[in-house]
Design a binder for this molecule. Sequence first.
Ligand code: ZN
Length: 367
Amino acid sequence: MRAVVKIDEREGRAGTEVREVAVPEPGEGEVRMKVRATAICGSDRHIYHWDPTVRDMVVPPRIYGHEFCGEIDAVGRAPGRDDLREGAFASAEMHVTCGVCRQCRTGQGHVCRNTRIIGFHSDGAFAGYVIVPARNVVPLDPAVVPLEVGAFLDALGNAVHTVQDHELAGMTVAITGYGPIGAMAAAIAQHERAARIYVIDVSDRAIARAEKWREIKRADNVVVLRTGAEAAAAVEERILDETEGGVDLVLEMSGAESAVNQALGIARMGGAVSLLGIPTREAVTIHHFARDLIFKGLSLHAIIGRRIFSTWDRMLELLADGLDVRPLVSHEYEGLGKFIEGMEAFDAHEAMKVVFYPHGKNGNVEA
Ligand code: ZN
């Protein structure tokens, strides 16, 4: 089969190769999935560039990729469940948890201390086939999940996780950072009938995308604001003014220090902030710790992964209810041959979701 392999520690296109590898065999408790659609995640970019943040998790040569959907191709011995049918449409949670640590045993498997990630610690989904634990397989209804959306349920799950604890109907919500996951969160907030949604970003390209989405959706309740060093104070003032003291919920998707501070600044007293963005540096300075955080009595919620499996359930309910995130797919490729081209478009922020169909969108490509 063809696969995208991080071949060695070289940065960029020199260290990644699309090559022929053997089709893997499922072991005990495992399932082989035929990968029908797979998407690039921000963390794949770190593997591509061999950033320090991933070096202790990935040992080349390694097939990467961890957002996908496909068909159950072969069920290994003793899968531990009897609902997996060969040929059935499915995705999988790619965080593999231990099941026995304190978090796993108390319903917090998404922060399992022994988490291993398929596509990091073992071979991933940028390939014709991928091996996953049978217990991680999530069967999908093809009438509810289009192929191109099934490609990025992992990322959509991150977005769902940021809002999962909140009843969004009637709420004021702000989203700092309109990248792919920010855009998914905005789509969810709109779908769930949030009263007003502020979309905030520093980049002209992101602002243009958000404006376009608002126009297509005819979403009069969406306010798109460009922030930045000079505009930040005015943005904050406007939101505090229009919302009578701040929004109910802020979803911080960027990881930028300025955005973290802005998120705290625009949350109302007693409001909530979900933090998903990962900063590039280790330290983040909170400029008004008492004023913006303590005195407001804010609730902060750090978001990692997807709750196993309640986030998946909520996500599939939203999709069944008509949540449409197909417009987020900006680039589609038949086969894996143009992986580097897709990665470079993603890397240059020209792309939102880049989806590959290893066997072709209609299943007619030799993989
Ligand atoms: Zn665990």
